[in-house]
Design a binder for this molecule. Structure first.
Ligand code: NIG
Ligand code: FE
Length: 385
């Protein structure tokens, strides 16, 4: 992860949205092009792949932000019916068109900030109708063909209040009513569970992931954000594409991940925003785990999809080197949504998903100027944004 192949004084050719050639400027034999961008003094990078977001939601939750400033914890807010259940109440009342319009604006916003592929979860519905409404919104976003989008069904995000005393009944609803409809309509690529203290247990997660597999849904789950929840182990048991969050990851969890193909996805802006401990990224990399970074863009725990800021957090808080952070945000993020063949690196035959920086002195300068916008141009599928 510490290695970035770089080429100085280089050219790159994109045709019909695909990278077709690159090399040393001195070896460039192209004599014409429809458009030429002079990148003197700049760096050209692959666009980001954001493998974990909750981009579809009905309303922001800034009042909870203020409650936390005053001293309440994320868990206390959730126990009072705030948090995910608050988002679910708002989403239930919103129309599919309204949700689509809101999400479309957010999608364009993150594309402008350099995201060239994205995963989007359901999970603010928590009823069959509303979960399907969310997944249909994601499908409509996919159909715009702006960037590749993967849909993740997160019916097990929180326990709806009405089922607090009857958890098995909500699980039945999820496995026997939601999943068959989602499977039939082909609405999801993955299945997710918030396997953590106060949310879903390992046993419940096991059951839900087993049910998802019947519909061909691979797991990408929320694990170990709030405690050593066993989420990493149950995810690996089910051959999860990724386990995400991982603030509470010890030697046992690292050993389990090291003997698997599951990607360890860290979401440092959530730890930043909620004041949680940061995931042990260095320990993970020392043990050769494949580490990806994502934004977790959502109204409760990470109200930002700015991947440049994630890169700064990765370096400042996770002690990742700039090259490690860039790999985690690009090629490893793409792998975490099984799009590594299509995007995430500057490789002939991959999509021309590129970032062109402002004139900068080095790669290291990018995470160093946190909060600054060092991206000058975003090119997605060969189109300048
Ligand atoms: O990834 N951890 C669970 N779910 C989201 C938070 C969702 C919310 O608070 O609305 C997350 O942090
Ligand atoms: Fe999340």
């Amino acid at each position: 992860m510490g290695h970035l192949n770089t080429l100085e004084n280089a050219y790159l050719l994109a045709e019909d949205g695909i990278i077709t050639r690159f090399g040393k400027d001195a070896d460039c034999s192209i004599d014409r092009a429809d458009a030429v961008i002079d990148c003197t003094g700049r760096i050209v990078l692959p666009a980001f792949a954001d493998s974990h977001t909750h981009l579809v939601f009905a309303a922001w939750r800034e009042s909870e932000f203020v409650d936390r400033i005053k001293g309440l914890t994320y868990e206390q807010i959730a126990e009072r019916g705030g948090g995910i259940l608050n988002s679910a109440a708002r989403l239930n009342a919103a129309s599919e068109d309204f949700l689509f319009e809101q999400a479309y604006v957010r999608l364009l916003e993150v594309m402008q900030m350099g995201t060239g592929a994205i995963e989007i979860k359901s999970g603010y519905g928590l009823t069959p109708e509303s979960e399907i409404k969310m997944l249909r919104v994601i499908r409509r976003l996919k159909e715009l063909n702006l960037i590749p989008i993967k849909a993740n069904f997160l019916g097990a995000h929180a326990m709806p209040a009405a089922y607090k005393m009857n958890r098995p009944e909500y699980l039945r609803l999820l496995t026997d009513e939601m999943l068959p409809r989602i499977g039939e309509e082909g609405l999801a690529d993955y299945i997710d569970v918030f396997c953590d203290k106060g949310f879903y247990t390992v046993e419940e997660t096991d059951r839900i992931l087993t049910a998802g597999a019947r519909y061909g849904l691979k797991p990408k789950i929320h694990a170990n954000e709030l405690d050593y929840s066993g989420g990493i182990q149950v995810g690996v048991k089910h051959k999860a594409v990724s386990v995400d969050h991982l603030e509470y990851t010890g030697p046992e969890e690292i050993a389990v991940l090291a003997s698997s193909d599951t990607i360890a996805t860290i979401l440092p802006s959530t730890a930043f925003f909620l004041g949680l401990p940061y995931a042990p990224a260095r320990k993970m990399m020392e043990n050769n785990l494949c580490v990806a970074l994502a934004s977790d863009y959502n109204p409760g725990s990470s109200p930002s999809g700015n991947m440049s800021f994630i890169l700064s957090l990765a370096c400042i808080k996770l002690k990742m080197l700039p090259a490690e952070g860039i790999n985690a945000l690009t090629i490893n993020g793409a792998a975490a949504i099984e799009l590594g063949h299509h995007t995430g690196s500057i490789t002939p035959s991959k999509s021309a998903n590129l970032l062109i920086t402002k004139p900068v002195s080095s790669i290291d300068y990018l995470p160093y100027t946190f909060g600054a916008s060092w991206i000058d141009k975003v090119i997605l599928g060969g189109k300048i944004m």
